[in-house]
Design a binder for this molecule. Structure first.
Ligand code: ACO
Length: 331
């Protein structure tokens, strides 16, 4: 059978850093409130004229370099974003042009904060179906452009950034027995699990769009409702991913969660009885970068040597829609 190996990762953060103290000079908030309720201290903000595709391109170049793969070998680009350069064409095609390639398919996936998990699942399925050999999966966002900077309930939460991974088809990968110990499982993406509940689409949304208002609009959120659904849905989907692979939380080397809020992450770690040392945390420095948060966190932990070849990595995310999902990979 064919399996997707994660052969490289990369990330990019805009140079401008916005601190809680700087935000407190703009809206009625404090560093203490933001840290206590969210765990966020700083976030990066894209420069004027710096587009989602620019961030995505930088992350993609870093991922390709770490994989030792030339952009001309890529036959699929799936880019997850809720903040595209333009309504159309897909930001993935802008990244493709910036990488100087023209082969294969390139398209966007829109699942907001779950976007990277959705994009990873799409690319993994393309590879398993034999339709792609080398795929770039990118999460890239410029949420600073859709925030209402007068709304203290939302503008303190988000930041800009991009992360990417390179997937390569591994032919003839052997199946391990369902009950094999985790270190005997094959490397690569073991399973992905996606969910959506569109009844909740008014909990977290942007109040604009080409079909409704013909404006870009601003992010709106019922924070407490989002929080309540996030802990339930994420706890359920990580259990689903573990059960599907006949593994327990003790088999997980690293949990790489969506970085929305430290309290949500702590809840999931507690629920799994996973020591917090096994959780990759970037929310303090990056804030919530939506679809970019999981690949940004992956890149941090790979580069500082925590995630090593053979490690069992559990990723999860939840976002507007609601959408949510998890992916389990042996690195
Ligand atoms: N600074 C100071 N006070 C604030 C701020 C702020 N930045 N924002 C809200 N407040 C005030 C409110 O006005 C309210 O004041 P009031 O009691 O006088 O009316 C008070 O703080 C409490 O507001 P709540 O909304 O009840 O605060 P809560 O404890 O729920 O925290 C938060 C708000 C942080 C948004 C929380 O609900 C949350 O994290 N929700 C999840 C949202 C999320 O993560 N969204 C990301 C996208 S989805 C995802 O990625 C999972």
């Amino acid at each position: 059978m064919t399996r997707s190996l994660i052969v490289g990762c990369g990330a990019y953060l805009p140079s401008q850093v916005l601190t809680n103290h700087e935000l407190a000079a703009r809206v009625d908030t404090t560093d203490e409130w933001i840290v206590e309720r969210t765990g966020i201290r700083t976030r990066h903000i894209a420069a004027d004229g710096e587009l989602t595709s620019d961030l995505g391109e930088q992350a993609a170049r870093a991922a390709l370099a770490s994989a030792g793969i030339d952009a001309r070998q890529v036959d699929l680009i799936v880019l997850a974003t809720a903040t595209p350069d333009r309504t159309f064409p897909a930001t993935a095609t802008a990244v493709q042009a910036k990488l100087g390639t023209r082969q294969g398919a390139a398209f966007d996936v829109q699942a907001v904060c779950s976007g990277f998990i959705y994009a990873l699942a799409v690319a993994d399925n393309f590879i398993k179906a034999g339709q792609s050999r080398t795929a770039l999966v990118i999460g890239a966002e410029t949420f600073s452009r859709i925030l209402d900077w007068q709304d203290r309930g939302t503008c303190v939460l988000f930041g800009d950034g991009a992360g990417a991974v390179v997937l390569r088809a591994e032919n003839g990968a052997c199946e391990a027995a369902a009950t094999a110990p985790s270190n005997a499982r094959p490397r690569g993406i073991l399973s992905t699990h996606l969910h959506a509940d569109g009844r909740q689409h008014d909990m977290l949304y942007v109040d604009g769009g080409p079909s409704s208002t013909q404006t870009t609009g601003h992010l709106r959120m019922k924070g407490q409702e989002v929080f309540r659904h996030a802990v339930i849905n994420l706890a359920q989907v990580v259990e689903e991913a573990l059960a599907a692979n006949h593994l327990g939380a003790a088999d997980i080397d690293w949990l790489v969660p969506h970085q929305a809020n430290r309290r949500i992450i702590d809840y999931i770690a507690r629920k799994l009885a996973l020591p917090i040392e096994k959780v990759v945390l970037t929310v303090e420095q990056h804030g919530n970068t939506s679809a970019a948060s999981v690949p940004l966190a992956l890149d941090v932990a790979v580069r500082d040597g925590r995630i090593k070849q053979g490690d069992m990595v559990l990723m999860e995310a939840m976002g507007g829609g609601f959408t949510w999902g998890a992916a389990l990979a042996r690195w």
